[in-house]
Write a protein that binds this ligand. Structure first.
Ligand code: 5GP
Length: 190
């Protein structure tokens, strides 16, 4: 069974990335473990330190940067930093598993450029921006302003999709999950 490979999943918000990761990680033949990132954002209800993220203060995050402990980091939202820890990647590789990373588009391109053939970068894309707008509207969590902001950000991020190894279009969720599994299976078993 293959181990020590990196699978990067990036997508604009509202494209079903977390749902897809939640499903594929359950497939034992892919031998995946989730890379827990460091972040300075506060935990949401139900989130736990060391499970969803390593929740750090801004000072602790800065110290991790200074000590060269991060593979990459980005200010994904104003004032909120997210980064991939070297130790986390090593921990998972040493445990004999492949690493799955849920990181933003810039971070995804960055990790791919560092790991080359050892990494596979997958971009999850909405069928079109109009569908994304509808999905976000149906979620009921957006104001007119935040909706416009998210859609604008999505358009910007989609412009980087060509830099990824593969693009999966999430039109029907079950099909997107199956396609992602097939792509990862081919990569980890090659
Ligand atoms: P959330 O706050 O909703 O959990 O995540 C916000 C965004 O940050 C998501 O797009 C997620 O992929 C991204 N993200 C999470 N961890 C990392 C990381 O370690 N590095 C980068 N660059 N982005 C991350």
């Amino acid at each position: 069974m293959s181990k020590g490979k990196l699978i990067i999943l990036s997508a604009p918000s509202g494209c079903g990335k977390s749902t897809i990761i939640g499903e594929i990680i359950k497939n034992p033949s892919l031998n995946l473990a989730f890379s827990i990132s460091a972040t300075t954002r506060l935990p949401r209800e139900g989130e736990k330190h060391g499970v969803n993220y390593y929740f750090l203060s801004v000072d602790e995050f800065q110290e991790a940067i200074n000590n060269n402990e991060l593979v990459e980091y980005e200010e994904v939202y104003p004032g909120r930093y997210y980064g991939t820890l070297k130790k986390e990647i090593e921990r998972i590789c040493d445990s004999g598993k492949n690493v799955i990373l849920d990181i933003d588009v810039k971070g995804g391109i960055n990790v791919k450029s560092q790991y080359g053939d050892k990494a596979l970068s997958i971009f999850i894309k909405p069928p079109c921006v109009e569908v994304l707008r509808e999905r976000l509207l149906n979620r009921g969590t957006e104001t007119a302003e935040s909706l416009a902001e998210r859609v604008g950000k999505a358009e910007y991020e989609i412009s980087f999709s060509k830099e990824f190894d593969c693009i999966v279009i999430n039109d029907k969720l079950s099909e997107a999950i199956a396609e992602t599994e097939t792509i990862i299976s081919e990569f980890v078993n090659k």
